[in-house]
Design a protein around this ligand. Structure first.
Ligand code: SF4
Ligand code: SF4
Ligand code: FES
Length: 554
């Protein structure tokens, strides 16, 4: 295997490794625009130039394979001069609108300019002006003049989404990025082009001008949009609440996980945060009196609901769990149902319309935790749900607890209304108001997913961590805490204080989660069946991903 020396440090690498990859192994960061580890290598932008001994001219580090005995200097006068000149050329026609560009704070042109720029401009000519704010598709805008023609977005559409919408047209100073005639950037993964655009040329319509990135905080979590469970970062704005119309969660970004989603996420999942700050959020416990909803305290609501359950025979109480709940919620709920002897239990629902799916990331099951539901011992077949609705319609239920679901998404609205009308006490526990909550008698507000610590088990039985990015809105609480509160007056004591306690009990008591803990799950998940020691060893071997994640600066 070839040995290479970079800035005096030597490393042995696999044949075929390029200089930029070998430098990463040594923890040496080289600037890059066009190079992206998930795309083909084109050596186009030339910002990664380095000096290689015995080679007369500077070479591009991203495109040059390592040879045995190669000696590279990344900080020599020749290398720095070469990169400075490239940057000067890239900035010749770049507009001076950085303060309004949405990528300000995340722009690698600014970053590298500050580090290695040619500060004294030598320009005497007018810039070549290109178009601003071109509407490329449903989610993406293009400022053509900011583009540095790195072709990352073009290669993404050719190699990853395989939808081929974009190209570089014209030549020399007049070369520009644009959609092919008659095409729009409207594939299901379109916003990944914004993530990988190293400058502010591609921006996301939803986030554009909403908040400055240096005020944002990032929390590692998991997309709840389907059973893939893409690894993401939840970006929140809690200090400047007058920005983004007061929304706390402002955007989601994919987070690199080689086992799950690599660098990408779909556009459907990307906007799954909207419900967290939606006006439909339930924030206070409520009880219905006639047509009126009365806001009340947790004590009053829990006491009233517990009394209803206590005074009802177990076989007349129905429970509708949900594959939207975390493993922690489901574990506690299962204990609750078991101790009360509830048998009329359903969970999964078949949607009325066939959900979008593909053979890349998006799964037909748009729930994040159907596997967890099954492992917790809840029915995953949708027949149980059809049966439970029928039991309600037949007047067999006196109390029905419904977690999260909007039943009208799976059954005809009339059938839901008439079945629920036959149940004297319907209790809805969920984060958002919907047609089902409207038909309930009690509402207990649950925390939304960005407000939760917990875990989901994805389709491949990988257990992954959600982390709390914002506090629950109003009086909302995680479902397992609501169930714990409800259990107490019913004699079901659930002695957990934190979600980590719940998970520790789950790992002890359910062999499906044996050996797991929040520590072994970490940021990259714990594959079921894999020993904790093996998970740890694999992590230690991993090349640091720092350079593969688009950072928030500041
Ligand atoms: S729009 Fe961005 S990603 Fe696409 S070629 Fe231009 S600079 Fe590169
Ligand atoms: S593929 Fe599924 S998990 Fe991944 S971002 Fe899309 S909806 Fe979310
Ligand atoms: S990053 Fe090496 S040429 Fe662009």
């Amino acid at each position: 295997m070839p040995n290479i020396t970079i800035d005096g440090k030597t490393v042995e690498v696999e044949p075929g490794t390029t200089v930029i990859q070998a430098a990463e192994k040594l923890g040496i960061e080289l600037p890059r625009y066009c190079y992206h580890p998930g795309l083909s290598i084109v050596g186009q932008c030339r910002i990664c130039l380095v000096e290689i001994e015995k080679m007369p001219k500077p070479q591009v580090a991203c495109y040059t394979p390592v040879t045995d005995g190669m000696v590279v200097h990344t900080q020599s006068e020749k290398a720095l001069r070469a990169r400075k000149d490239v940057l000067e050329m890239l900035l010749v026609n770049h507009p001076l609108d950085c303060p309004v560009c949405d990528q300000a704070g995340e722009c690698w042109l600014q970053e590298y300019y500050m580090r290695i720029g040619q500060y004294d401009s030598k320009m005497i000519e007018d810039k070549v002006k290109k178009n601003k704010a071109l509407d490329l598709g449903p989610h993406v805008m293009l400022d053509q003049e900011r583009c540095i023609l790195c072709t990352r977005c073009v290669r993404f559409c050719d190699e990853i989404s395989k939808s081929h919408e974009l190209g570089i047209f014209n030549r020399g100073d007049h070369a520009e990025l644009a959609p092919h005639p008659g095409k729009r950037l409207d594939n299901l993964y379109s916003v990944n082009t914004v993530d990988i655009c190293p400058v502010g040329a591609l921006t996301e319509k939803d986030f554009r001008f909403e908040a400055r990135v240096w005020y944002l905080e990032a929390t590692n979590s998991i997309c709840p949009g389907c059973s893939t469970g893409c690894n993401i970062a939840v970006h929140t704005n809690t200090e400047r609440t007058h920005h983004a119309q007061g929304r706390r969660v402002v955007r989601l970004k994919p987070r690199y996980n080689p086992e799950v989603n690599q660098w990408w996420m779909c556009d459907l999942g990307r906007y799954s945060f909207k419900s967290a700050d939606d006006p439909s959020r339930l924030t206070v416990p409520m009880l219905r009196q006639g047509e009126q909803w009365i806001e009340t305290s947790w004590e009053v609501a829990i006491e009233a609901v517990a009394q209803k359950i206590k005074s009802t025979a177990a076989d007349r109480v129905g429970l509708w769990a949900s594959p939207q709940l975390t493993n922690e919620d489901l574990f506690v709920l299962k204990k609750f149902a078991g101790r009360l002897g509830l048998t009329r239990v359903a969970a999964a629902l078949a949607p009325l319309e066939k959900p979008v799916s593909d053979n890349f990331l998006i799964k037909e099951d748009h729930n994040p935790n159907t596997r967890g539901l099954g492992l917790a011992g809840f029915p995953v077949e949708t027949k149980a749900s059809a049966d439970l609705l029928q039991q309600a319609a037949d007047g067999k239920l006196a109390v029905l607890l419904i977690f999260s679901h909007d039943l009208s998404q799976s059954f005809a609205a009339d059938a839901v209304t008439s079945a629920l009308a036959k149940v004297p006490t319907v209790i809805f526990i969920g984060p958002n108001r919907n047609a089902t909550s409207a038909a309930a008698h009690f509402i207990l507000p649950a925390a939304a997913w960005p407000e939760l610590d917990g875990t989901f088990t994805n389709f491949a039985e990988r257990v992954q961590r959600l982390r709390r990015a914002v506090a629950p809105l109003g009086d909302a609480r995680p479902v397992w805490q609501i169930v714990k509160l409800l259990g107490k007056p019913l004699g079901v004591i659930l002695p957990y204080l934190e979600s980590e306690d719940v998970f520790a009990a789950l790992a002890r008591e359910n062999s499906a989660f044996a050996g797991m803990s929040y520590a072994t799950i970490g940021d990259l998940g714990h594959q079921r069946g894999e020993e904790a020691a093996a998970v740890k060893a694999r992590r230690l071997n991993q090349v640091p991903d720092k350079l593969r994640i688009i950072p928030i600066f500041g």
